[in-house]
Design a binder for this molecule. Sequence first.
Ligand code: C2O
Ligand code: CU
Length: 476
Amino acid sequence: MAAVNLTRRGILQAGLGAVAVALLPRGASALPVSYQLTAKRVAKTLPGCVGPSDLWLYDDGRNETLPIVLRAARGENFTAALKNELAEHTAIHWHGVRVPFAMDGVPYITQPPVRPGESFEYSFAPPDPGTFFFHPHCNTVEALGRGLAGVLVVDDPRDQGLFDVEHVIALKDWRVQHDGGFEDFLTDAGAAKAGSFGALRTANGMVTPSIMVPPGARVRLRILNLDSTRIPQLDLPGVKAVIVATDGNACAPFALQGWRLGPAMRADVAFIAPEKTGVAILLQDIFSTKPRVLARIVTAGEAMRSTKAVLRLPEADLPQPDLKAAQTLEFTLLAGNPDPALQAWAKQMGVSADEICLTQKVFWSINRQVWPGMGQGTGQGALPPPLAELKSGRSYIIELFNGTPHQHPMHLHGHTFRVLGSSERDLPPHWADTVLVRPKERVRIAFVAGQPGDWMMHCHIIEHQETGMMGYLRVA
Ligand code: C2O
Ligand code: CU
C-alpha cells in the first residue's frame, strides 16, 4: 500500500480514510499527530428521515465517518486544536484517557469554557493504548444527542501483527423524527427512569451497515457505545468472539456473548472470520427477545490463512492498586431530592444556572449529595465539596452500591480502575473507566489516585448525570 511511506501528518493531508489508516502497520504510526477540530452545526439527513437534522459535529476536515475517528500513538504527543463555531460554549473531554488535569475538558473545573468563536488547544501524550472517545461536558444531553462526539484510537506498537484487519463500530441512537427534527433530549419521564431512548438505531451513523473483512482474517472490532441511554447486550453468533479489551484496556479474553455495553463503555472484540467469502455474521443486541442486528460483518476478497492466531492483546500497563493498603470508600447511588442550595454555586459564580452547566431538576444522588448544590456551598471556593478527598499515589477501593431500580454506568475521569467484582454476578476482573452497576448490585473497583485535581465521577446515562448523579473526587 502506497500510504505506508507517508507520515501520519501526510496521511491526514492526503485525506485518506480512517480505514486506510487503520490498515497501516503499527510500526509506521509512532509520529506526533495534530488535528484541527471545528465544533459546528451541520445540516445532515439521517437514515430514514425525509428532511435534514440540525446536527452538531466535530469537523476534522475529512469527515469520512460519523462520528469522525482520530488516531494517536501511545506516549507520543497528540494535539487537537478546537475551534468553537457553535452558538454556546463548549470544551472537549477525552473520555478514558489519563490526561493531565488541565486537558480533561470540564468547563469551570479544569478549564474556562471555550466561548463561541474561541479556540482551545488540547495537547497531551496518551499514556495508554486503546479505544477512546471524546465529547463535550456541558449541556451534554443535547450536544451528544445531536452527534457531538468523536472516536480516538490510541495505537500501540506492541499490537503490530496481531490482527489482519480492524474496524471501529460506534453505536448511537437518535431521538429523531421522520422530518429530521429532534424530540426533547431530556424528559422528566426518561431522566427519572432509564433515560429517553432514540428510535433510530445506528452503527457509524448507518442502519445495519455491512462491514467487509477478508475470509479467515483475524478481526478486531472496536465497539463503542456513544449513546446517552441505551444498554445493548452484545452477541456475534457464528464465530468465537471474545472481548480482548474493556474500555480500551487489554484483558484476559472472555466470551462476548451477553456482555452489556453501557453508555460510554467500549469493547474490543476479536475473532477469526469465516473461511468462505460472502458469509455474513451479525453483531446483535440480544437484550430483548427479538435480537436486533446492529451491523453485518461480511467476508469478501482474498482469503487469509492465519497460521497462529492468538486473539489476545499485550497486557495492560496501568498503575496497580495495592489492595492490602487500600482505603475503602462507599458510594451509594440513590434517588435525589432537590437541594435548597441548588442555586448557591451559580450565585457565587454570578451567572445563571444554565450557563454553568447546572440543571434545575434533581432526580438522582451519590451518597445523598446531588450535583449541583451539594451541601450549602463551600463558603470560599466556587465549587461544591467533593465526594471524597484522596491522596495522589495512594490506593483506593470504591464500593458502588446501586439502591435504585435502574442500571447506572458509572464513570470516573482521569483514572483507569480495576473492576474487582460484583455482589450479584461473576464479573471477569478487568480494567475500565466506566462500570455498569445493576439494581441492588454492589460493584467494587480499585485504583491508584492519579494526578492532583478535581476528577468528575458520574453516571453516563446523560439524563441521570444532568439531574444530579454527578460529583467529583479531589486528589491532592
Ligand atoms: Cu464521557 Cu464525564 O464523561
Ligand atoms: Cu444512571
